[in-house]
Ligand binder design. Structure first.
Ligand SMILES: O=C(O)CCC(=O)C(=O)O
Length: 283
């Protein structure tokens, strides 16, 4: 696909797939690193207990639904934010100057819940609607093990739909979007093989369903990016609930230059777990 085809299909659908952007060797290294992260070998994760020496890798991995900000623990995950195949696509979609502000490592073993319909810009508000996710499949992602589902084109109106708490057992504790003019029957599953990357727009309605496969994981590394020109008024809980910084500077520049470099960088977010059902889920 040429860069202009890439942009056309992304603007139409709100998502696209980069097939096998990562090699099997790169995926294998990330899976190994995920075990070290979940064992606590790379540093503390808020909300997680360090593993015991006797715990098997499976024992350890199954305790996690999702680790937030793992790039703060792992040089490999930090380098993966700058993966050339992903950055090349992002510069075509977003522009020459691109920054990242968060990573999430999903483990989601069998029986673990998905995440209800939502739009990522609700959580990470850019000023120019440039938020873009790179969802890197570390296992083959299938309907059975809880792949992403998207509502194609739902980003186009540029509307952020309302959100509410829910008690749907299929989903984790994150709020759900509702009141949007799409039906579940409009949704399409995005089944991809390990190493493939789903890029999607921050206004695209998407969800995932539980991992109902009989055993195994649906691991994915998700990084979020935006235009470096946009300020990022993203709340920092340590500064008080609801208080947004004028510009969140705990960022990683992945392409081009940072017009706000004169402000310096912050280190305010810390690695933590996402609870699977019991509230307190602020992304
Ligand atoms: O991978 C999942 O299960 C959900 C991911 C997601 O919704 C997101 O990254 O915004």
């Amino acid at each position: 696909m040429t860069n202009s085809d890439l942009k056309t299909s992304f603007e139409r659908d709100g998502f696209l797939v980069l097939d096998h952007a990562l090699t099997p060797g790169e995926v294998a290294k990330l899976l190994e690193e995920a075990v070290g992260i979940c064992r606590g070998e790379l540093g503390d994760i808020r909300g997680a207990l360090p593993a015991e020496a006797a715990d098997t890798d499976d024992d350890v991995l199954r305790r996690f639904l999702c680790v937030h900000y793992p790039h703060k623990l792992s040089a490999l995950l930090l380098a993966t934010m700058r993966h050339p195949a992903i950055v090349s696509a992002l510069t075509s979609l977003i522009g020459p100057n691109v920054k990242a502000m968060q990573s999430m490592l999903f483990i989601k073993s069998e029986g673990e819940p998905g995440q209800a319909w939502h739009q990522d810009e609700l959580f990470i508000p850019t000023r120019d609607r440039s938020l873009t996710a790179a969802w890197i499949a570390l296992d083959d992602a299938t309907v059975a093990n809880g792949c992403l589902w998207v509502l194609p084109g739902s980003h186009r109106r540029g509307v952020l739909y309302p959100n509410r708490e829910h008690d749907d057992p299929r989903y984790d504790c994150t709020v759900e979007s509702y009141g949007f003019p799409f039906e579940d029957s409009d949704a399409v599953p995005v089944e991809v093989e390990a190493g493939s990357v789903v890029l999607f727009n921050g206004y695209l309605l998407h969800r995932s369903l539980p991992n109902t496969a009989r055993h195994g994981y649906r691991r994915a590394l998700v990084n979020h990016y935006m235009s470096a020109e946009s300020l990022l008024p993203w709340a920092v809980p340590a500064q008080g609930v609801g208080m947004a910084q004028a510009d969140f500077r705990d960022i990683v520049l992945v392409a081009g230059s940072d017009p706000y470099a004169y402000k310096g960088l912050d280190d305010v977010r810390e690695p933590r777990v996402r609870p699977n059902r019991d509230g307190g889920c602020d992304r």
